[in-house]
Design a protein around this ligand. Structure first.
Ligand code: GTP
Ligand code: MG
Length: 151
């Protein structure tokens, strides 16, 4: 099954939104296969956001990501990369639909509380950056046969 990298940024952690955000992925039917709390260095943040290095907000973004603890997670499920982005909502919370995480819980683009990989190949890169292979847990959740059905 597909996997994606999801991070609750320092604003989401400081605002007490960890359980709210995890709950939305969990209730959907996606499966948590790795999780940790970590305070990334600025160098690490720069690696994570390397494809934005030429943008004017890059430095502030990396300062922000490294300013406090982040909840780093890997979620697994059918279509989880694309649908995870749907749960998260548009980058700018002013444009995110109500019902999405950013739409319901954030107001400005520089403090949009959550990150999600944008494609399966970037998901692989980000999972490799944030986690060691042995940090990912393979297991069958009891819910799976009900989420996906059995034939
Ligand atoms: P991530 O899931 O965090 O990668 O967001 P995204 O994929 O929806 O957007 P993108 O990768 O283009 O930008 C990464 C992050 O940079 C965003 O989540 C914002 O926090 C920040 N960002 C993007 N555009 C702007 C901007 O115009 N101004 C500011 N201040 N921050 C921005
Ligand atoms: Mg992005």
């Amino acid at each position: 099954l597909e996997r994606t990298f999801i991070a609750i940024k320092p604003d989401g952690v400081q605002r007490g939104l960890i359980s709210e955000i995890i709950s939305r992925f969990e209730r959907k039917g996606f499966k948590l296969v790795a999780i940790k709390i970590v305070k990334p260095s600025k160098e690490f943040a720069q690696k994570h956001y390397h494809d934005l290095k030429d943008r004017p907000f890059f430095n502030g973004l990396c300062d922000f990501l490294s300013s406090g603890p982040v909840i780093a997670m890997v979620w697994e499920g059918e279509g989880v990369v694309k649908y995870g982005r749907k749960l998260i909502g548009a980058t700018d919370p002013q444009k995110s639909e109500p019902g999405t995480i950013r739409g319901d819980l954030a107001v400005v683009v520089g403090r949009n509380i959550i990150h999600g990989s944008d494609a399966p190949d970037t998901a692989k890169d980000e999972i490799n950056l944030w986690f060691k292979p042995e940090d990912l847990v393979n297991y069958t959740s009891n819910a799976e046969k009900w989420v996906y059905g059995v034939n």
